[in-house]
Design a protein around this ligand. Sequence first.
Ligand SMILES: C[S@@+](CC[C@H](N)C(=O)[O-])C[C@H]1O[C@@H](n2cnc3c(N)ncnc32)[C@H](O)[C@@H]1O
Length: 220
Amino acid sequence: MSPAMPAPSPALYLQQARDSPNSKECMSIYDKWAATYNDEVGDEAQEYVAPVLVAQAAIKYAKTNGPANSVILDAGCGTGLVGQALSIARPKAIDGIDLSVPMLEIARDTGVYRNLDQADMNRPIAKPDETYDTVVCVGTFTLGHVGPDPALRELVRVTKTNGIVVATILDEIWVSGGFKDEVAKLKAEGVVGVTEELIDYVKGHGDKAVLVILEKLPRA
Ligand SMILES: C[S@@+](CC[C@H](N)C(=O)[O-])C[C@H]1O[C@@H](n2cnc3c(N)ncnc32)[C@H](O)[C@@H]1O
């Protein structure tokens, strides 16, 4: 009898997800990773600090309703780490979307989400315009996951005027992946105001991310 194959290490799952040639492949990796994701990204070797940093920024910069009255979309919510970090501000509601159903099931168990839906962010999002005060997106604009177009414009579309999108983009692909250009395009069109800063991301790996805050401007 051949010995059982050991489960891939978290770093290997992450690398496999970043190497995905398409959304289906990426989803299948997260489907396998879901049950152990939280323990693994939270361990000392990984130090995945982005969910808490983004939740803090989203609470601090919330524009339309103040944190306590906000309706928030967590795009690429995964197992719900960001929703849990946001829930300390007691927002009115947090919805989540993600491609992986097993990841969404773990998010459901947190009890902090109102609605959780499967969605492919490389396609238009099935939500009405101007729905959310704040949209957060953490760890999902990275290699092999979700590209800038149509996702950034879609996140802005579902955000209320004067609301904000707070997203991380892996620094390595900020320019090469076309994110910087897409943000510049939205700004040049007068759709958003832009703030950006470099933050720690998967601290244990030394990974950095660009934290982008897009404020949706009133139509001219
Ligand atoms: C690194 S995890 C981040 C999850 C969560 N935001 C966090 O910070 O823990 C990336 C997430 O992106 C999701 N994802 C990958 N491709 C996607 C796509 N095309 N549409 C929506 N979600 C996607 C994965 O299922 C996974 O949950």
